[in-house]
Ligand binder design. Structure first.
Ligand code: F6P
Length: 466
């Protein structure tokens, strides 16, 4: 089998992982281990200047090639264009998007530099798989350096509706860059449709069938590959966690009181302030739950140097204090708001102990927390998932209580419904969701994408007539 070259913004070199790195990193590493190859990207470290050469670490058949970014590159590429322009835009937050040309130049510069450093490492019959919005131009940069090898790109975030994307000054080059890949992967039909609309109406490309199109002189396959989780691992982790200190302590502290849980990176796309306001509405509208039900929101800090993330943090601190001050009592705190990070296993235990999983992003590519919550439940006594219709996961998990996170009354009613739902209905909904989560595993996602990518002939195969 030919080698695989994975490129992502952050590279999870084994042993240097953070407590939260899990599923995806492991799935990609497994693929690399079985066919050998390279994982290339940012080391996660910054320095005064961007490193001239990547740091190479050989672990078995896998070469990890990572680049330290200089402060200027880090600020303009990562904090700047990736996370202050593309991230808000792709999550339909035009109000938060910043269109600085300087950041855009930084983004182009780092993509070009990555291509320069990666080019000599690519061999003739390699297949290249690039991940996420940080690296959209990388394929075009590699093509400009003579890379003819099959290249795939997977977008983990939503792809915005055409009218939203048109607000980006550099939208043309961005989409042209996407056309440099042979295979494009999206999370949902919605994202694929938005992309195809752009190709049809804006580029004037030919949509040949429902997954192939021709544009910018290239034939490209664009398909939906919804990302999944390893449900069995999460399930086992939840069972193990029940024997651990943290889950036991939480269980003891709850007694018979039901818990609602939210776990999200501290990001405005996750709809956490809206969730808090809905929780407040819930306490207002359904006073019987006061003194009984608490919500635990775990929101580890993320992208803290980006101003919009500082603002959302302050907003949440204010709201949490306000809700607890207004409704809390000497023996009951309605909202537990934590920004600390927990191990995956501990979280699995917390999910299992929670009667309601509250996953209400304003917009999300997929949202794996929704799937992890489902996989962590006790089959005999499962909790209820309250899920935003704007999360990609809502496509598969339609047996959840689907809500519009902006509709505080609607979310409050769903929280109440979840809490009073009969055990029979809980089981019925959970069985339907669990079957979907099991079926569409992370391994299946990876293999479906790689099968599509491997169907594209390498230049070596073309030359030898294979
Ligand atoms: O969901 C998009 C994503 O960029 C993931 O690829 C990543 O794991 C997560 O957000 C965290 O982002 P960051 O690397 O900026 O901390």
């Amino acid at each position: 089998m030919s080698r695989l070259v994975v490129v992502s913004n952050r590279v999870a070199v084994p042993d240097a992982q953070s407590a939260t790195s899990g599923g995806l990193a492991v799935a990609l590493r497994d693929a690399l281990q079985s066919c050998g190859g390279i994982w290339f990207g940012w080391s996660g470290r910054t320095a005064a200047h961007t490193a001239d050469e990547p740091t190479i670490a050989q672990v078995g058949p896998v070469t990890y090639a990572t680049v330290d970014l200089g402060r200027k590159d880090y600020n303009e590429y990562y904090n700047g264009f990736a996370n202050r322009t593309l991230w808000p835009l792709f999550h339909y937050r035009l109000d938060l998007a910043d269109f600085s040309h300087e950041n855009y130049q930084g983004y182009r510069r780092v993509n070009s530099l990555f291509a320069e450093k990666l080019r000599p490492l690519i061999e003739d019959d390699d297949h290249v798989w690039v991940h996420d919005y940080h690296l959209i131009p990388l394929g075009l940069e590699l093509r400009a350096r003579g890379v003819e090898q099959p290249m795939g790109f997977y977008l983990h975030t939503p792809f915005p509706a055409m009218e939203v994307l048109l607000a980006l000054p550099s939208h043309e080059l961005l989409v042209k860059s996407l056309c440099a890949y042979d295979v494009l992967g999206f999370q949902t039909e919605n994202d694929l449709r938005a992309f195809r609309d752009y190709i049809h109406y804006e580029v004037g490309g030919d949509l040949l069938d429902d997954r192939t199109f021709q544009a910018h002189g290239r034939l490209v396959r664009a398909e939906v590959f919804p990302i999944g989780i390893e449900a069995g691992q999460m399930e086992a982790a939840a069972e193990r966690a029940m024997e651990l200190g943290a889950a036991r302590r939480l269980d003891r502290s709850l007694g018979t009181r039901p818990l609602m849980i939210g776990v999200d990176r501290l990001d405005y796309s996750k709809g956490i302030p809206e969730r808090f306001r809905s929780f407040e509405r819930f306490l207002d509208t359904y006073p019987d739950h006061r003194g009984q039900v608490s919500m635990m929101q775990i929101a580890p800090l993320s992208r803290s140097e980006v101003p919009e993330y500082k603002t959302i943090r302050e907003t949440l601190e204010g709201l949490a204090g306000y809700i607890n001050g207004r409704y809390g009592d000497f023996d009951w705190m309605p909202l537990h708001y934590l920004t600390k990070n927990f191990q995956r296993e501990t979280l699995a235990g917390f999910f299992r102990l929670s009667r309601v999983g509250v996953v209400t992003p304003l917009r999300d590519g997929m949202n794996l927390v929704a799937k992890e919550y489902v996989a962590s439940q006790d089959p005999n006594y499962p909790g209820v998932l309250v899920l935003s219709r704007f999360a990609g996961a809502a496509r598969e998990l339609d047996a959840a209580l689907l809500v519009n996170p902006l509709d505080h009354d609607g979310v409050a009613a769903a929280l109440n419904k979840a809490l009073i739902m009969s055990l029979d209905e809980r089981r019925e909904r959970w069985n339907a969701m669990y079957a979907r989560v099991r079926e569409n595993s992370l391994e299946r996602w990876r293999e479906r994408f790689l099968t599509a990518l491997r169907a594209v002939p390498t230049p070596l195969a073309v030359r030898s007539g294979a």
